[in-house]
Write a protein that binds this ligand. Structure first.
Ligand code: MSP
Length: 642
């Protein structure tokens, strides 16, 4: 039995839009999850957004909206992004979900009851960017190592979590479980942190300073620290304590994070679990950072790479491939658009794409697009020329994927592609096709069959990395939807392509990108495409509930003490209505008088500034201006708008 596979990404803060770094972690988790499904495991893949805390309040304040509205808006950008990259997460958690909040309360209460949370006055150096206290020792030149700012001295009473009590336990746990934190350098880094005495963790923030958080169950004057809330998402998502998924997938969790959040995951989280009487998770996989053109990606440098732009310019599979191929898991990597285009052209358009179209073109040319009869060599199943290199690729792929060494797994597939390209050249099928003896014909059939089988193996192996390309390849190799490759065992069975299968005409898998003029090279990749932040979908019946009518404004006047509003008298043909409209900043009474407008005519009347408004007009609104919607040609007043 393959053990259940539970993989998580960090839940991303909603103070900024998704970027390349978030995309990388999420694609890695998706690739790992798809790969384990191919091994036959039940999988659960979790991602989501981290929505409480000071950062979000600050970002929302800047936009002059509430933290919840702000969180809804940005969380949606993450939520909508993942399907574009064919990310198959099983759940998207938001820390503002009531079910999550309930679990946080439970855990806090449990740890409080067991005596591991205490109240104390504390004076310390607080970095608002990190939302945490720093010790002098942790600062670099007196400044926060992440933000480069001087922390403020804050003195306040707070609740503390007795992490120090568990320090020896954690050291012992890490030492006796070498696979707990990987790669090894991050395990060593965590052990190095633990060589110093562990400070207790301040897990509350007074409401006088921050309200946007989960209120402590044992003191309603405080909210909980955002990390204490966020980490719990990994179990609340599974329905802790009694949920079916929790029973099935805990403690098999594999948390995937970048090095920036090693400490909360490698230290706080296992200790929180231990203190709450929950088994520690099994693995933490830590990857490095994407730098952009050799510098750190940051808003202030204006070099933040927008995944929406990448997807619309290069397509999701090419980007997924590049991210997995380019980064050595655990180390930092450099991103540049030129480098990416070069790699897409070399690996995808040339190596893979050419092999695929070349082989299929030959099957069409020499065998009318029909898979040739199995010839002598492949009949015994294991003796095909390309069987040994295919088997080698599958085995290496399996080992490396299991180790999160995605780039090495990909290299194994590209080694097979290179063997196959050489196989074509050295066997020169075009010469065999010219000869007209039976032996040459049989040999040609053998070679083509081997190549088709090799392509089938490649299509199967790339499934977790480039799911769409895999499906296209499978279709053109005559693999029906019912027999679609979904397991490594199925891929490993050599000789499953049925002779006589008719193959569709070849397609270009990856068109070459012109390096001189990559699709949008002149545009910096930093400006996110504006997005329609749509409200939830509604049914047609909901639309038909609106009774929209054309009307003419026959009179308009300002309303004293309401500088945004105009009072309009609107002729709807059979009757006149008074409508209060928020258009005074964009229209004078004179300008709007005489215009035809569109009115929601069946809206329940409401009093505004003491005047009853009997409907609402439609207008296009941006921050800068408001424009009233008007029929493009005159219409009778009262005409319905549908
Ligand atoms: N909200 C916390 C995580 C809580 S998990 C219980 C958080 N959010 S974050 O939005 O800042 O995301 C950090 C994560 O985004 C990193 O750990 C990594 O997964 C990803 N990355 C952010 N920038 C990155 C790079 N430049 N390169 C690679 N990944 C990066 O921390």
């Amino acid at each position: 039995m393959t053990s259940p596979f539970y993989i998580t990404t960090p839940i991303y803060y909603v103070n900024a839009k998704p970027h390349l770094g978030h995309l990388y972690t999420t694609v890695s988790a998706d690739v790992a999850s798809r790969f384990h499904a191919m091994l036959g495991a039940d999988t659960f893949f979790l991602t989501g957004t981290d929505e409480h805390g000071d950062k979000i309040v600050k970002a929302a304040d800047q936009e002059k909206i509430s933290p919840k509205e702000y969180a809804d808006r940005i969380s949606r950008l993450f939520y909508d992004l993942w399907p574009l990259f064919h990310i198959g997460n099983d759940k998207f958690i938001r820390t503002t979900d009531p079910a999550h909040e309930a679990v946080v309360l439970q855990i806090l209460q449990k740890i409080f009851d067991s005596g591991d949370i205490y109240f104390s006055e504390y004076e310390g150096l607080y970095c608002f960017g990190c939302e945490r206290f720093y010790t002098e020792r942790e600062l670099v030149g007196g400044k926060c190592p992440d933000h480069g700012t001087i922390p403020e001295t804050i003195k306040e009473s707070n609740y503390f979590f007795k992490m120090s009590r568990y320090q020896d336990w954690l050291i012992d746990y890490i030492q006796t479980h070498p696979e707990f934190i990987q790669p090894e350098r991050y395990r060593n880094e965590t052990l190095a942190f633990l060589r110093e005495p562990l400070e207790d963790l301040c897990i509350s923030r007074p409401k006088s300073r921050l309200q946007w958080g989960i209120t402590l169950p044992f003191d309603d004057k405080y909210v909980t620290y955002v990390w204490f809330d966020a980490l719990i998402n990994y179990i609340s998502s599974l329905g802790y304590p009694n949920g079916e998924a929790f029973r099935q997938f805990w403690p098999q969790a594999r948390h995937l994070v970048a090095k920036d959040i090693l400490k909360p995951h490698g230290i706080y989280w296992p200790i929180m679990l231990k203190a709450a009487g929950i088994e520690p998770y099994q693995h933490l996989y830590v990857h490095g950072y994407w730098n952009i053109d050799e510098s750190k990606m940051s808003k202030s440098l204006g070099n933040v790479v927008d995944p929406y732009y990448l997807q619309s310019t290069y397509g999701s599979d090419a980007i997924r491939y590049f991210l997995m191929r380019e980064m050595v898991f655990g180390l930092d990597s450099n991103f540049s658009e030129a480098l990416m285009v070069e790699r897409i052209n070399a690996d995808l358009a040339n190596d893979l794409g050419n092999l695929f179209s070349r082989v299929l073109a030959m099957v069409h040319k020499y065998f009318n697009g029909t898979v040739p009869e199995i010839a002598v060599q492949v009949q015994s199943g294991k003796n095909g020329d390309l069987f040994p290199p295919s088997r080698h690729a599958i085995e290496t792929f399996k080992t490396e994927m299991g180790n999160f060494a995605f780039h090495k797994a990909i290299l194994a597939v590209w080694d097979l592609i290179s063997v196959m390209n050489k196989y074509v050249v050295s066997n020169a099928p075009w010469d065999l096709a010219k000869a007209d003896d039976q032996k040459a014909k049989d040999r040609l059939a053998d070679i083509m069959y081997n190549l088709i089988e090799g392509l089938r193996v490649i299509a199967g192996l790339i499934l977790p990395i480039m799911p769409q390309t895999s499906l296209t390849m499978q279709k053109h190799l005559g693999i029906s939807r019912d027999n679609a490759l979904s397991s490594l065992d199925q891929i490993s069975l050599w000789g499953t392509t049925q002779p006589g299968t008719v193959l569709p005409k070849p397609v270009t898998l990856f068109p070459r990108i012109d390096i001189k003029k990559p699709a949008a090279a002149e545009q910096p990749p930093v400006e996110p495409k504006p997005l329609l932040n749509l409200k939830p979908e509604i049914a047609f019946e909901d639309v038909t509930k609106l009774d929209l009518r054309v009307g003419t404004v026959i009179q308009a006047e300002n309303i004293p003490k309401a500088n945004k509003l105009l009072k309009l008298t609107v002729d709807l043909g059979a009757e006149r209505r008074t409508i209060i409209a928020g258009i005074a900043k964009s229209y004078s009474p004179e300008e709007i008088t005489g215009k035809q407008i569109v009115v929601v005519a069946n809206l329940k009347p409401a009093k505004l500034m003491g005047i009853e408004s009997q409907g609402m007009l439609l207008a296009a609104v941006t921050e800068a201006s408001t424009t009233v919607v008007t029929p493009s040609r005159p219409m009778p007043d009262g005409a319905p708008v549908k």
